[in-house]
Design a protein around this ligand. Sequence first.
Ligand SMILES: Nc1ncnc2c1ncn2[C@@H]1O[C@H](COP(=O)(O)OP(=O)(O)O)[C@@H](O)[C@H]1O
Ligand SMILES: [Mg+2]
Length: 328
Amino acid sequence: MSGNNPVTAGNAPWVRDPARFGRVAVLLGGSSSEREVSLDSGANILAALQRQGVDAFAIDGIPALVQAIAADRVDRVFNILHGTRGGGEDGVLQGLLAALSVPFTGAGVLGSALSMDKVRSKQVWQTLGLPTPAYRVIRAGDDIARAASQLGLPVIVKPAREGSSVGITRVHESADLVVAAELAARHDGTLLMEQLIQGDELTVAVLADRALPSIRIIPAGQWYDYHAKYLAEDTRYQCPALTGAEERAVGELALAACRALDVTGWGRVDIMRDRQGNNFLLEVNTAPGMTSHSLVPKAAATAGIDFDALCLQVLATSLAAETGGDRR
Ligand SMILES: Nc1ncnc2c1ncn2[C@@H]1O[C@H](COP(=O)(O)OP(=O)(O)O)[C@@H](O)[C@H]1O
Ligand SMILES: [Mg+2]
């Protein structure tokens, strides 16, 4: 699909006229630990929208956005802030925009807040019978050695609310538990200890309630850390990761994971697949990366959606909410 073709977003009307979107603030940067990634993603999106005749401009961070909205310069927000604690991806911004009746891309308050919290995401999935690795929540003073022995080594320790593999350690030996917990605790008070799933790392992008082809991530090093995500040129990707019924199943799982958390518009679901072929949900990203290394553009390309068309389709998902429909 080329960028000049019409785009659709669920129940939203077909869009042919870029003026239909009005003045679009591409909200990027901010002050979270993922600022640099967001600046990179946002610059790419801005260029793509402008190439297609959309009246788009960049806004760095939420305070600047509030000023622009007050000055009546914003009709719509393409949110590409990555981050927690009011950083743009956790529901706080979404509540602000909803209260001001400014349409925006991505999940609303509930979907954003639930997805940002890895523990509560897992609790919802478990309630619905959706697969996710066994886990323990670790709070200050808890006995981490006991939690690890209950789960069985190896485990992975991560902050309950972070992204970009920040603060995450794989623990194979109990002697390494304390260091892992200290590293993760630097980022967030609550820690998540999960059973380490050994097998393949998959991710599935969801766009307007449709699963795009899955991607298998094959890092050159041991795992998909910050370096492998954003810097390395030797991480390999296979898309689609699976075929036939297995590919359909992982797509359905990703859609179910999003529906469970009320994630609408677009998102990316991270999944581990063990050596027996069982899939486990890790997390949903509600403002996934759009850098040259990012995964959603790769999945879209395999589906025949180039980067420009992808940006326009994500933008079009903001129309569904505006027309009073379900955000999906
Ligand atoms: N339970 C797990 N088993 C195996 N690997 C994991 C597990 N949880 C996380 N990982 C690895 O750590 C990476 C980051 O974890 P994730 O939960 O997606 O957090 P985030 O991407 O927000 O930092 C994953 O992409 C995967 O490589
Ligand atoms: Mg992830």
